[in-house]
Every structure is written in structure tokens, then in C-alpha cells.
Design a protein. Structure first.
Length: 168
């Protein structure tokens, strides 16, 4: 943590993006070969040494948003980056949609922060609830169900992470 008591997270390179109509990350990325986005271990090492960043978010097979196919994390690349960035926590964006066995492998090999925004933000259950409504649907019912979904998904994700952390 920096001298102001503020934790700093940075990203070396660029995470591929598959968020619909996303302006924040520069629009949708070409997802035909995710390896072109992978973080270079040497770049990660130099960046961490020169900045002292607290969390380094790396690209090793994840995508912001929804996956077009089955995610396949490059755990060997993660190991290499962890080896050359001692003392720096590694972060993973694009955790939503990654099979839990791969999440556990990522944690076992050095990932300490994971973003799961899409898993919590998307709610197909709400779409179904609205579509099946017979007549007016009160907003509070939608909001209550959204909060239930967010809670359920968060608990599920925490259980996956906790189970792996307790094995380390």
C-alpha cells in the first residue's frame, strides 16, 4: 500500500472485451486468439519493480463480459508471472463464466483478486420474471428479486474462493 494508505491496482497490456455496446473498454475485441492479449512476464516484472503496484491485473485467458466459448486459462503463464512479481498480488478480471475448477487453479497459482461483475450484473431470471408477468409488475418486486440474485451469486462465488483458499 502506498504512503497515502491507498491500494493501487494496475493492468499491464489490455484485457479483451466482449461486453455488448461497451464504450468504456473501447468496444468489442477480436476474440479469435486470446493469446495476443496475454500479459508478458517480462513487462509485468519491470512494471512491478518500477511502480511498486499493490495488485497487478494480468491477462491469461479471461475476457471482460461474456465468453464466446469455454474459457481456457493459461495457468503456466500465470505461474511465470507470479514467479517474476514476488510481493505483488495478482488480479484477474473476467471471472464470470470461468469454470470453477479453473478459478480454483488460478487461486492456487497466485491470483488474489478476482472480478465477477458480469455474473452478478446479468440477470436472466429477471428477464423471465418480467416476460411471465401477468399484468403490471411492481418495481419493488423486480428490485427485491435482483437483490436476491446478487446475494445468491455472491455467496456462490465466495464459497468457490473460500474452498480453494482453505486448501492452500
Amino acid at each position: 500500500m502506498g504512503h497515502l494508505g491507498i491500494s493501487i491496482e494496475a493492468e499491464v497490456g489490455r484485457m479483451p472485451n466482449n461486453m455488448p455496446d461497451d464504450k468504456v473498454h473501447g468496444g468489442r475485441s477480436d476474440l479469435s486468439d486470446l493469446s495476443v492479449y496475454y500479459t508478458d512476464p517480462q513487462d509485468a516484472q519491470i512494471f512491478c519493480q518500477e511502480t511498486g503496484v499493490d495488485v497487478l491485473t494480468i491477462s491469461f485467458g479471461t475476457v471482460h463480459g461474456l465468453y464466446d466459448g469455454e474459457p481456457n486459462l493459461d495457468i503456466e503463464l500465470l505461474r511465470k508471472i507470479k514467479e517474476v512479481t514476488p510481493g505483488t498480488a495478482l488480479g484477474m478480471h473476467g471471472g464470470s463464466g470461468v469454470p470453477y475448477d479453473q478459478i480454483r487453479q488460478a487461486i492456487s497459482n497466485g491470483i488474489r483478486k478476482i472480478n465477477f461483475f458480469t455474473a452478478i450484473d446479468t440477470a436472466p431470471h429477471l428477464v423471465k420474471m418480467i416476460a411471465e408477468a401477468d399484468g403490471p409488475l411492481n418495481f419493488y418486486k423486480i428490485a427485491d428479486r435482483a437483490m436476491e440474485i446478487i446475494y445468491e451469486k455472491t455467496v456462490e462465488i465466495l464459497r468457490v474462493c473460500k474452498n480453494e483458499a482453505s486448501q492452500n
